[in-house]
Design a protein around this ligand. Sequence first.
Ligand code: R5P
Length: 313
Amino acid sequence: MNGELKIFSGSANPALAADICRRMRTKLGSCLIDRFSDGELRIKINENVRGTDTFIVQPTFAPADNILELLMLIDAARRASARRITAVIPYFGYSRQERKDQPRVPISAKLVANLIATAGADRVLTLDLHAEAIQGFFDIPVDHLYAMPVIIRHIKRLGLRDLVVVAPDTGGANRARAFAKRLGANIPLAFIDKRRPMANQVEVLNVVGDVAGRHCLIVDDIMDTGRTLTKVAEILKRNGARDVYASATHPMLSGGAVECLNGSCIKQLVVTDTIPLGPEKRLPSIVVLSIAKLLADAIVRIHSERSVSSLFL
Ligand code: R5P
């Protein structure tokens, strides 16, 4: 596309934005993200963006100010006559209410998608949406990347034999199938019968599939309280699994997740850097993989109007 490429970052994950720029050998654009005395956000883009192809990097995990920052940066770029604005959202938050499965609940994923488009984004670049259908909540183009190639490279290096890929719930079945297919021709699958009696509570009832004597890799998109992965790991062990590995693209690790993980039988938890992990969350059993190169490659391709589908492999 015509127009200089510029990258800006909100304050949610500046280290990731800096890493993306480093890999692209480009400089992060300058912007001010400040607050008024009452806590309200105050934003300013500090350089000319007229006619540019502008990318704004901001994962939108809680608090909701992260979303507001993104919206305000998009608005600022639009009013400053950027030619095209891409919201780069490594983790698309508020995505876990993505359908009306009970009376009187919002579809927050659709609401946030509307806000992003209304603010003036022309495109979205995101990674491992909680549900594929969320792409369709946007009426602007969405490039949806997967962390799977990055995670699989790491898992292959571990050289695990007799591996079984485990979906921690029915919603994760397709993801687990895709992992198994790419990990090797004869890698079997197992599924967990998981229920949520209420938000943040997890009941793990049954393992469907044979895990006895095998190494297990549980694959999930999000680790929040850690209950899903740790309870699934426990039932796998009770069913005779050897070592249990787990991957979750987006590590919130909220509530008692760190304690949960500390006392768990998960040998290694593989996450990415879509959400920064504070030092208190950096346990020896956690491996953080960078998705900066994947996002940098996608930005370069989007800017030069080339396909991004080769990045899915
Ligand atoms: C659920 O549908 C998601 O894929 C994750 O399994 C869930 O968000 C993990 O949450 P927690 O770590 O709190 O169990």
